[in-house]
Design a protein around this ligand. Sequence first.
Ligand code: GLN
Length: 303
Amino acid sequence: MRYKEIVEEIYESVIGEENSGRLATYIPELAKVNPDNFGVHLSTIDGENVGVGDCCQRFSIQSIAKVLSLSLAYKKLGERIWGRLGVEPSGTSFNSLVQLEADKGIPRNPFINAGALVICDILITLLDNPKEDFLTYIRDLSDNPTLDYSSVIAESEQSVGYRNIALCHFIKSFGNIKNDPMEVLDFYFNLCSLEMDGRELTHTFLFLANGGRKLDGTEILNGSQTKRINALMQTCGFYDESGEFSFKVGLPGKSGVGGGIIAIHPNRYTIGVWSPKLNDKGNSYRGIKFLERFTTHTKLSIF
Ligand code: GLN
């Protein structure tokens, strides 16, 4: 496959068109990002790498990190994890509170904020030093000791994190948060503040395209767990736009309000796109447009 030419060609076509949407201004620091940043990076399991535009500039990966926290919690807890949260698309926005009352504090899936908060709670119970141990996990996964949280972003979000604070306390009232909600929230805001550039992002996620193994053969998840995480990305990775992303792009993926998207083609590649302007569902406008053209042009999707 001529990945380089195809990525460059689609990049040129998308950058030449309007850049619709809005920055995630509800997090003050994210409102300061240049809205015209646009980068794409692709890594194949055969070791090929293609990058274009702002693919070497780090950005806030936000909810993309929820896949990594789920991976660690799933590895440690096994199938018991599904007693604490579901595996169904929510059909509601990422920060919605509405279903939790009827569902008695059991979040629909691990990628909406409610589910990610429960995963943070699980990790706090399982890890000695949650923030440090999680960072070590990410650095080992990516073979990159420079990856880090952004305290500026984490504090910025914490200062206005009223919905997440409400969500966490609400879940606690049903008994599905075991630890101190303020500790859970602190871990959650740090998790969301992780920064990566395009290449770091696609490298970190390659294990999900490679049957759960890093390219050096180290097992991160077993085959069944890997299949399930990819299935959850396919059905829940874009909140109430998951069906549309599946329809247009046809790959498992995960978005973040920093404007990043990671998509996985099992047994082939990972592709990351970063463009900070978001559509009404909180997903990168150009990111989805790029990926739709990419899978259409290459005829490479899982369907
Ligand atoms: N930190 C963000 C929040 O909780 C993550 C949301 C997202 O990236 N969709 O609002």
